[in-house]
Design a protein around this ligand. Structure first.
Ligand code: G3P
Ligand code: MG
Length: 249
């Protein structure tokens, strides 16, 4: 399979081996030949974009309650790694600004998945955009979200920024839906679409990526679809599989 172009994107960093969405997970991913790192972005109470997946602190930090009800200072006081292993007790929830500063030395893309609530969507985007401009990250990032209103709004405001919608359901007539939003990329939940669903999107020029693909067999099947990219918690395994497939006659 010599024309395998599918990108390998480290989902929440190298989250299969490190605490997700932490600098350890990002730094470990950056040591691999990855194409990108995906991370989840939300606002703190004092409106700072931070990198954390859940709306609540409980699963991945030693804090409790909603992320949006805590200031950055409060969130930084909690370990974001001890839940995973004592070895990572020093980890803290990174800010997007810290990630941008660190990422300056690299060339891979950052996929900023905007989380949070509909009430916060404008403020979240305003503050994320400010950082993208400040650190000149426009060419290095693509924005995605389950909040398709937010994605449509971003495109209206700035059609040149790279965006994607994320879906978790099987889609009826996905192409016309994607086109109605105006994005060029589509991130889907792997089990809910098959080749026959995906092919017309690829043929229409949509960048199709799939999440979250961790099993070796599934990774290989996903590569065979010829999609734009896969999100995986085990990018080192995906890269090895890709390498082996490229060597095949
Ligand atoms: O962006 C792909 C994937 O990360 C979406 O789901 O819940 O892992 O953020 P989730
Ligand atoms: Mg995500």
């Amino acid at each position: 399979m010599k024309n395998l172009h599918t990108e390998v994107i480290a989902h929440r960093g190298l989250s299969g081996l490190y605490p997700e969405n932490t600098m350890s997970a990002f730094k470990a991913a950056a040591k691999l030949e990855i194409d990108g790192i995906e991370m989840d972005v939300q606002l703190t109470k004092d409106k700072v974009p931070v990198i954390i997946h859940d709306a609540t602190l409980g699963r991945t930090t030693e804090g409790q309650g909603m992320v949006c009800d805590h200031t950055l200072k409060q969130i930084k006081s909690y370990s974001a790694g001890a839940w995973y292993s004592e070895k990572y007790r020093q980890e803290r929830v990174p800010t997007l600004e810290e990630v941008f500063l660190w990422a300056q030395g690299f060339t891979f893309k950052l996929n900023l998945e905007l989380k949070g609530s509909a009430k916060q969507r404008e403020e979240l985007w305003k503050n994320v955009k400010q950082l993208i401009d400040k650190y000149e990250m426009r060419e290095r990032i693509f924005i995605s979200s389950f909040d398709h209103v937010l994605i449509a709004n971003i495109i209206k405001e700035d059609p040149t920024i790279e965006t994607a919608i994320i879906v978790i359901s099987g889609m009826y007539k996905p192409l016309s839906y994607i086109q109605s939003i105006g994005t060029k990329s589509f991130h889907y939940f792997y089990p809910l679409m098959i080749k026959e669903d995906v092919d017309p999107l690829i043929q229409a020029g949509i960048d199709v990526r799939s999440y979250t693909i961790n099993e070796a067999e599934m990774i290989e099947s996903a590569f065979q679809l010829g999609i734009q990219g896969i999100f995986t918690d085990y990018p080192h395994i995906a890269l090895k599989i890709k390498d082996d497939m490229l060597k095949e006659e």
